[in-house]
Structure formats: structure tokens, C-alpha cells
Design a protein around this ligand. Sequence first.
Ligand SMILES: [Zn+2]
Length: 201
Amino acid sequence: MPPRQPWAFELLAHHDGSYMLGDATFKPPPPLTDWRFGSPGHPHPATCATCGAKVDKTFVAAHFRVNKRRRDITATYDGYTLVSARLRDTLLRHGATPEDFRALPADPAYWWLSPQQVLDFSAAKRNNPCRACGEYFDEVVPEPRFLERLAGPLSMGVYRSSLEFGSVPLKGTALVIGVDTAQALRDASLTGLILDPLRCP
Ligand SMILES: [Zn+2]
């Protein structure tokens, strides 16, 4: 049997080689073996002081600028996907709203793509919930549960997963777009664009 038609696409990007939360990091005292944003005694203000997870979900750094500036889409190691004006305009014509993009104070050529609409995901593996903030330290193997409830291809627009995936402090949401939105991006010949088809199980 030929593979089923995709009903949605995950929108992915190559790493930008940068961190929205900055380059200052530290190791908490043993027996902990992870690393965190901030400096000893001064965890980054957007993170949980107990586990280091990002808890301020709207944080944008005042001085952040995109590294890979020839790209239309690029992603920080800590879960931010940044898009060019061309990519943003294409999304706005195909289902996105202005509220799906946050301006970068120091970089007017790019926007943080942070969709308002949420799709139901689960994680096949989640370990070590934090007693202070409730975030799971590891939350991996995304399962796009919303596909089971769709009657047809996902509508135009941009969406984010209900969970953040990865391991603290580098977790981030998955980004999903509708089939027609994905076609519009493909037609726009954008640099750095990666589309991963999602098919109904
Ligand atoms: Zn925590």
C-alpha cells in the first residue's frame, strides 16, 4: 500500500548556534550532574531555581540576534524558532495571525514563531518531575495525539505542541503547520526550511 497522505507537517529548522537564554551557564553542586543558565547563586530569571527548567514561557532576551542570517528559519539550542520577514509574511497569508509572532527587541529582521493555537501531544517517555515547578526534566519521543481526532488534513495555520520536548534546560515545543500552509512555504523557496510529514496512524 502506498503511504497515506500527510495530514500535517512538523516545521523544523537547523540549529542557529545560539541560546536565547544567553551564554552564561553553571553546574549545580553535586550530586546533580546537569548544567543551567545563569551563574552560581544566580540562576537565569526565566528558569526554575530548583531544576533549571525555563518557566517564563514568554521570555525574550533584550540583546539576542540571529546568528545564521542568510536563513529564513533557524532555531536556538534552547527551543526558540526564529523566522524571517519573508517566512512570516507567507505564514500570515496562509492561516497565521500577527499574535503568532513575537518581535525580537534587538533584531527587527526576525521574529520568534510562538503559535497561539495548541495541538494535543503526549510524550512516550517523561522522567523526573520537579517538585517546585512541575516540569519534567526529560520529556522525549513526541506523540502527535491530535492526528487521531482529525477527520481530514489539518487546517491552514501554525500550531504548537501541548508539551515541550527534550531535556532541561533545552526543551522546546514542536511546531506544526497545515498541509496548505506547508505547500505555500515550499512554493516560497525559503532558506533553511525543513518539513516533516505527519500521517494519520
Ligand atoms: Zn523546577
